[in-house]
Design a protein around this ligand. Structure first.
Ligand code: RIB
Length: 312
């Protein structure tokens, strides 16, 4: 694989998801009974990479896991999904990242991550991956690894004319201004948009205003996902904004739906680079819409064969 073209490269996180299904989310200090517990493969970076791979993208992951049972399992998971693992490092200095997730009967969730080994991914690993980054069509980053490592990866991609998608999740209020300038597509959800802009984002109109503010900070386009309301797309080149609605579905578990959307967006940017961004978002909405109808994070992500041929 070392010299082959790469469609989608993700520099980001891997977490083992420890999921409890409960009737509702507990209050502070409260103990409640859950119905079911299961473990799964998660982490925003890996989720996005796996979704892109399942749609048919040639994918490479740059990440760090622990030299432990979870880390070994995770590497096997990448291999099982056809993701290239040349840049998946293992360390004895920290444990593989974990996410404790509670999912209520409405399919909503609350998540705590302990990033562990993810935070040890840095300059050394990125320099090693640079020849591969420069051959990728699309590079995707998030904020579950060290933020400066994400920014360095985005800049490396930009310097090599590789398209970038940045997902500022989990969001931090004082995000380095460099992230906006290094993003071809700045893609966040309504909560992240609120935190970054300081304005409420509860409707498509408010999402449009937030997108205008994010665009002013220097990215080339903004996508704000709005759950069942679909998403809002705004591009710098024509300043036209579009609301891209999504079909109503019954949600069993929304965990990782945003990652499914971003993985699909990365797939379309790599495979159909001239497709209008709103059409890519329309198709990515459909992919994410399938993912929320089943329980689990990557376990719910559709493969190409599960989707109608006209989506490709
Ligand atoms: O976006 C969902 C993901 O967030 C989960 O898989 C969990 O690992 C956390 O990183």
């Amino acid at each position: 694989m070392m010299d082959e073209a790469i469609d989608v490269m993700v520099v980001g996180s891997c977490m083992t998801d420890l999921v409890s299904q409960t009737p509702r989310l507990p209050k502070a200090g409260e103990t409640i009974h859950g119905h079911k517990f299961f473990t799964g493969f998660g982490g925003k970076g890996a989720n996005q990479c796996i979704q892109a791979a399942r749609l048919g993208a040639r994918t490479t992951m740059v990440c760090k896991v622990g030299k432990d049972f979870f880390g070994d399992n995770y590497i096997q998971n990448f291999k099982d999904n056809g993701v290239e693992t040349d840049f998946v490092g293992q360390t004895s200095d920290a444990a593989t990242g974990v996410a404790t997730i509670i999912v209520n009967d409405a399919g909503e969730n609350a998540i705590v991550i302990v990033a562990g080994a993810n935070l040890l991914l840095g300059d050394k690993e990125l320099r090693k991956a640079l020849p591969a980054i420069s051959r990728a069509k699309v590079l995707v980053c998030q904020l579950e690894i060290n933020a400066q490592a994400s920014l360095q990866a985005l800049r490396m991609a930009q310097e090599n004319k590789v398209k970038t998608i940045f997902n500022p999740a989990p969001a931090i209020p004082d995000l380095d201004a460099g992230f906006y300038k290094a993003s071809d597509v700045f893609c966040c959800n309504e909560t992240e948009a609120e935190l970054l802009t300081g304005s409420s984002v509860t409707s498509t109109e408010e999402a449009h205003r937030a997108a205008q503010e994010l665009l002013r900070r220097g990215c080339r386009s903004v996508v704000i996902t709005l759950g069942p309301q679909g998403c809002v797309v705004l591009r710098a080149q024509d300043s036209a904004w579009k609301h891209v609605p999504t079909a109503p579905v019954t949600a069993a578990d929304t965990t990782g739906a945003g990652d499914s959307f971003i993985g699909a967006l990365a797939f379309y940017m790599a495979h159909h680079p001239t497709m209008p961004l709103e059409e890519m978002a329309h198709r990515a909405n459909k992919v994410a819409g399938v993912s929320v109808q089943a329980v689990g994070t990557q376990a719910s992500y559709p493969r190409r064969a599960d989707l109608p041929a006209e989506m490709f």
